[in-house]
Every structure is written in C-alpha cells, then in structure tokens.
Write a protein that binds this ligand. Sequence first.
Ligand code: GAR
Length: 208
Amino acid sequence: MTTKIAVLVSGGGTNLQALLDAQGRGEIPGGEIALVVASKPGVFALERAEKAGVEALVVARKDYPDTDAFCEALLGTLESRGIGLVVLAGFLSILNGAFIRAYENKIINIHPSLIPSFCGKGFYGLKVHEEALKRGVKVTGATVHFVNEGADEGPIILQKAVDILPGDTPESLQKRVMEQAEWKLLPQVAALFCAGRLRVEGRHVHIV
Ligand code: GAR
C-alpha cells in the first residue's frame, strides 16, 4: 500500500524540492507526496508544490486563537486526506502533544546539525550554522529524526557529517550542509519509512 506523505514547510522549500525530485526519479517507491502545507502564504515552497502538481495549502497559526485550535485544524486536514507520514521540512510552527501523539513515530524532521549539537529551542536555519562556526567545530552535518514532544529530542534515524572549511560563512556552510547532507538524507528516510523499514525501540531506530 502506498503511504501518503504530507510535507510541512515555512520557507524556500529546497528540502521539499529534494523530495519531489527523488520521487520523480522513482526513489520513494512506497510513498506519494500528496500534500504540502505551508505555515504562511507566499512562501516559495508553495510554488514548488504547484509546479509539481501536488495539492498545496496554507494553514497559518495566526488564523487560530491558540496552538491547540491550530493543531486540531492541521490534524483534521492531514487525517481527511489519509496522510501516513508527516515530513517537517523547515516548518516553524509548534505542534502540540495531541498532534504528535496522533502521528506517533510518523512525523520526521530535518535539522541542519549533528544532534545533540546545536539543536533545541531557538536553533533554526542560519542560526544553527552561526553557532557551529562560533564554537569552532570542524565537522557538522544534518540529522533526520522522529518528532516527539521535546525540541529536537526524538529518536535519530539518519545523520550525515559535513566538513567545515576555512573561510566558511553561515551562508556557505548552510549551502554545503544542504547539498551534501539534507537533500540526500530526507528522501532516503522517507523511502525507508514508506518501505516499512524503520523500527523504533525507545530512543533507538533500527533499519530493518
Ligand atoms: C533547512 O536547512 C532545515 O534543515 C532547517 O530549515 C531549513 C529549511 O530550508 N530546519 C531547521 O533549522 C529546523 N530546526 P528549506 O525551506 O529550503 O528546505
């Protein structure tokens, strides 16, 4: 059976594009990107979805009185379409416990560092790379993990290391981490999930 995938975005959507391209090459055989949800109107990720012929919607936190009402609406949208895998690809809005429990071990997130370094509350986008450069680490990378109620604390699925080079800026590092790690890892994990090859045991994920 095909797993319907929803990709939740807040920005440019280069990770969404990596998923769409991988799907186009037949690399996610057990899955189908069925829906893209943006947390605000006007983001470029919506154009990428439309161009690929994928249903694209905006579900904005500011249109709801609180996080619970927002999450209930989002959950209803996903459930009504039979979504079986939720991919957070640079998604900025907070998801509540009810949402996370409804999709337990069915939500994956891409984070642009090697967790547990440079992660948790406030670590998003360029800020992650700024902090890695400030700390002087020689290697960074990206992580795909299942989402639980802690910030970047869910079970780690795959990680990939990327070298930091002399003269790197947050921007140059972000680009290298995306090209060498994020755009490869995320489609790989989506394919493993849709093939039923991920087993979660406590904090550990086994690839079977
Ligand atoms: C990506 O680098 C992703 O890893 C990061 O936001 C960017 C979104 O870019 N996510 C986080 O920092 C999550 N804490 P994109 O819209 O081009 O895919």
